[in-house]
Design a binder for this molecule. Structure first.
Ligand SMILES: C=C(CC[C@@H](C)[C@H]1CC[C@H]2C3=CC[C@H]4[C@H](C)[C@@H](O)CC[C@]4(C)[C@H]3CC[C@]12C)C(C)C
Ligand SMILES: C[S@@+](CC[C@H](N)C(=O)[O-])C[C@H]1O[C@@H](n2cnc3c(N)ncnc32)[C@H](O)[C@@H]1O
Length: 356
């Protein structure tokens, strides 16, 4: 083989390998986000690093986070920074679910979502609310499963754009609608929904009674609301330094103004007027661990880290994406420790009814 042939063969193999590494590897869902599409959401490319620094500085000034009115803005910045990475590395549903032997992550996710709407007992022709809808993974599964009309609300404009595109692509834009807004003051009429759900979203509310109060207001009398809440469990001890470190790690990496204790949830639901129908931690046995999906992907995380670093270095991805990815990597470890030790659950389920 002459040197020219050798050189061109090597170049083709290298280009093919690069294309495979950058464009194909790591795409979590079929036809999902590709690494080359990673962005800072609605933030311009040059401002991603600044916004990440700003996000992080909130935790150096915890008093700021306690200021209720600052939280939605802080959460919005967070979702500009993480939405593409979540979609690329996890899929269109931004939540956990118990592992199910013999089923893929995708199937287990769908089952967890369908359970929520089955509890609401609604069908075609009914209108239900998704409070904190992400890019609409649950919304589409729930609309397809129940035939109900789903209206989602998210604080993040970029997620609204993604949700609309996904709804259309899935042929579900007739059943699914999305609104950009704050679930602490929702732009919906009183008594206008036949049901409501929130999946791992209300943990972002600085005061749970504000979001539960709003959901109560927009529900019709007799309608049901189900929520999967992020909480500390009965095993959490505030005087244990390791417990505190894990919970603070989860709060910092997930834009949480402060994790609640499991017993606060029903107290708040009752306070705003709900009757409690059911309440249980869906992570408890016989459920299989929800955190294994996070743990099993260590090699994938390293691959992703290298990929993100290369893309940022050559200017395809915004510079700050490397820091955001690193933050998520660290957060995954705290979440895993929270799950393994049993001090934290992301699926404390509460089903409530607005009295007739
Ligand atoms: C409900 C919330 C989000 C829950 C999860 C969807 C996300 C929590 C941590 C995220 C991730 C951690 C590690 C990332 C990894 C380093 C990267 O290579 C690929 C994406 C991750 C797996 C990412 C995916 C989403 C999470 C699991 C909160 C915010 C209330
Ligand atoms: C972890 S994601 C979960 C998304 C979705 N439930 C899912 O499971 O895919 C949390 C969602 O809550 C939304 N959210 C947080 N605070 C909000 C607020 N004040 N008003 C509206 N949406 C909010 C975020 O924008 C995000 O879409």
């Amino acid at each position: 083989m002459d040197s020219l042939t050798l050189f061109s063969t090597a170049a083709i193999v290298l280009a093919g390998g690069l294309y495979w590494f950058i464009c194909i590897l790591g795409s979590a869902e079929q036809k999902g986000k590709r690494a080359v599409d990673l962005s800072g959401g609605s933030i311009s490319k040059e401002k991603v690093q600044d916004n990440y620094n700003q996000y992080w500085s909130f935790f150096r000034r915890p008093k700021e986070i306690e200021k209720v009115e600052k939280v939605p803005e802080f959460v919005d910045t967070f979702y500009n920074l993480v939405t593409d990475i979540y979609e690329w590395g996890w899929g269109q549903s931004f939540h956990f679910s118990p592992a199910i032997p013999g089923k893929s992550h995708r199937e287990a996710t769908r089952i967890h979502e369908e359970m929520a709407v089955d509890l609401l007992n609604v069908g075609p022709g009914k209108r239900i609310l998704d409070a904190g809808c992400g890019v609409g993974g649950p919304m589409r599964a729930i609309a397809a499963h129940s035939g109900a009309n789903v209206v989602g609300i998210t604080i993040n404009e970029y997620q609204v754009k993604r949700t609309r595109a996904h709804n259309k692509k899935a042929g579900l834009d007739g059943l699914c609608e999305v609104v950009c807004g704050n679930f602490l003051e929702m732009p919906f009429e009183d008594n206008s929904f036949d049901g409501a759900y929130s999946i791992e979203a209300t943990c972002h509310a600085p005061k749970l009674e504000e979001v539960y109060g709003e959901i109560y207001r927009v529900l019709k009398p007799g309608a049901l609301y189900v929520s999967y809440e992020w909480v500390t469990t009965e095993l959490y001890r505030g005087d244990d330094a390791e417990h505190r470190e894990v919970i603070q790690g989860i709060e910092r990496g997930d834009a949480l103004p402060g994790l609640r204790c499991y017993s606060d949830i029903s107290a708040v639901a009752k306070k705003v007027g709900f009757e409690i129908v059911q309440e249980r931690d869906l992570a408890k046995p016989p459920s299989q661990p929800w955190w294994t999906r996070l743990k099993m992907g260590r090699i994938a995380y390293w691959r992703n880290h290298i990929l993100v670093t290369i893309l940022a270095f050559i200017g395809i991805a915004p510079k700050g994406v490397v820091d955001v990815h690193e933050m998520l990597f660290v957060t995954a470890d705290y979440l895993t420790r929270g799950g393994e030790s049993g001090i934290f659950t992301p699926m404390h389920m509460i089903l409530c009814r607005k009295p007739e």
